[in-house]
Design a protein around this ligand. Structure first.
Ligand code: ATP
Ligand code: MG
Length: 446
């Protein structure tokens, strides 16, 4: 069996071969090629020692970056493409269950492949594209199954991040997880508590954007609960409310399924109702009510996202959307333009996506709310088309105009601009510089 090796990767492997070393493409690139997908990057494994790899490519005039040399990795740039070239290695003992105590180089490819996580990630191809498969990875790709190399308990015990990687590959590739590995994932899930938040984040972010993420989150909820225990009260939380057909956790996952695969949107849906159980209140009508749950859920989401080391931009976007997810927007021009003006167009569009997704995971009885959402979107689209003033940017005065007109710099300026925008949206002011400066003056006086 052969796969197609792109020119730059072939060049790297041939240069190593010409100096008498073995070298192979390995991991995701071979797996993806066999699945008919275009790989994002090509990792190379070689019998050459890191210093030897460095010398060979410096001699060839390539840029060589040696930051990963301790772990055997040298990055080589060929035609601006980066290749990680790693010496065949065996990982030392994992006393902290996270990182090997040391790495040892080996002249044998098979030894290197044995330390890898799953059979589908341990297939190699040489510079001619000839594929070698020691552990039945090709068969597992055909069967669409994630299987550990060796004893799952031992492998997860060495590095618990593999638990997250198994879930991530299952979600992204749409593969099942072999029964012995599944059992082991559950048995060892507590070990995730020792894994750095950044590493969990990297896998979790990919997982929730995978095509089968909902299946994974619903089948392995107990594992997700280890690092997001805040979801526990939502699991099996039966909402006695005509709007709902799922428990709170399944509703959140189904809502996430109904929104595009973007981390901000997926995180928003996953956590938008997380404080529903704590806001539960039985009304006289015999229906559940959850007053204040949006704001409280936004706060809890912020805590979770900070703990998982998400960046500030993501946290801000997610929490704003959660806090507003059930805000009522009357499908009429003024309220729609006001909301648009307040949120900005990008966030407004996201909020509408959130509303559709939330609705899609509710009871069919309330599906007709979509008619209102459609009207709201039509009003917003028309405003965009007519280039109506819907954002601070489209206002005919800006902060500088105000300071030049003698308004003191600082916070006050933002407040005045927002007041002017609201006035223009409400039809109180003309979107015209002189009129707005006058309105600003009056606003300051009162
Ligand atoms: P992707 O398409 O996401 O890049 P990948 O399989 O290339 O998937 P990487 O994280 O880039 O994943 O890792 C490259 C290879 O290194 C893997 O295919 C696997 O062989 C090995 N590997 C990575 N992380 C681990 C780990 N924690 N334990 C064992 N092997 C690992
Ligand atoms: Mg990779």
């Amino acid at each position: 069996m052969t796969i197609n090796i792109p020119e730059n990767a072939e060049y790297i492997m041939k240069a190593l071969r010409d100096k008498g070393f073995e070298s192979y493409a390995v991991g995701g690139c071979v797996r993806d090629s066999l699945m008919g997908k275009e790989p994002c990057d090509w990792d190379i494994t070689t019998s050459a020692l890191p210093e030897q790899t460095g010398e060979i490519f410096e001699e060839q005039g390539c840029r060589v970056i040696k930051t990963g040399i301790k772990h055997g990795t040298v990055t080589v740039l060929k035609n601006y493409e980066a290749f990680e070239v790693t010496t065949f290695r065996i990982d030392g003992k994992y006393t902290d269950r996270r990182r090997p105590d040391g790495v040892f180089f080996t002249p044998r490819l098979e030894e290197d492949l044995k330390r890898r996580d799953f059979t589908i990630n341990a297939i190699t191809a040489n510079c001619d594209g000839k594929v070698t498969d020691f552990f039945g990875g090709i068969d597992d790709i055909e069967k669409k199954v994630i299987r550990a190399i060796g004893d799952p308990d031992k492998r997860l015990g060495e590095d618990a991040l593999r638990i997250m990687r198994a879930l991530r590959f299952s979600a992204v590739l749409g593969f099942s997880i072999a029964p012995d590995l599944q059992k082991s994932l559950r048995k060892n899930s507590e070990l995730l508590k020792d894994i750095a938040a950044e590493r969990i984040n990297a896998e979790f972010s990919k997982l929730i954007c995978g095509k089968d993420f909902a299946h994974v989150l619903l089948n392995f909820t107990d594992i997700i609960e280890v690092f997001i225990p805040e979801i526990t009260p939502c699991v099996n939380f039966d909402q006695k409310n005509i709007h709902h057909i799922y428990d709170a956790w399944e509703h959140s996952v189904r809502a996430a399924e109904a929104i595009p695969a973007d981390p901000v949107l997926r995180l928003t849906m996953l956590f938008h109702d997380i404080e529903k159980p704590s806001c539960f209140f039985m009304g006289e009508d015999g229906q559940d009510h959850f007053y204040g749950h949006a704001k409280k859920s936004a706060e809890t989401a912020e805590r979770i996202l900070r703990r998982l080391k998400f960046d500030n931009k993501t946290i801000k976007a997610v929490t704003e959307l959660i806090a507003l997810h059930d805000v009522e927007i009357v499908p009429e021009k003024k309220p729609v333009l006001r909301r648009l003006g307040k949120m900005g167009d990008e966030n407004f569009q996201r909020l509408m996506a959130v509303k559709y997704a939330d609705n899609a995971a509710q009871s069919p009885i309330v599906r007709n709310r979509r008619e209102d959402f459609k009207k709201i979107e039509e009003i917003a689209a028309k405003a965009r088309e007519e280039s109506s003033c819907i954002s601070l940017r489209s206002l005919s005065v800006n902060g500088r105009d105000l300071t030049e007109a003698g308004f003191p710099e600082g916070r006050e300026i933002g407040k005045i601009l927002r007041h002017l925008l609201e006035g223009v949206i409400d039809g109180k002011y003309e979107n015209e510089k002189e009129a707005l400066l006058k309105a600003a003056e009056n606003f300051r006086k009162c």
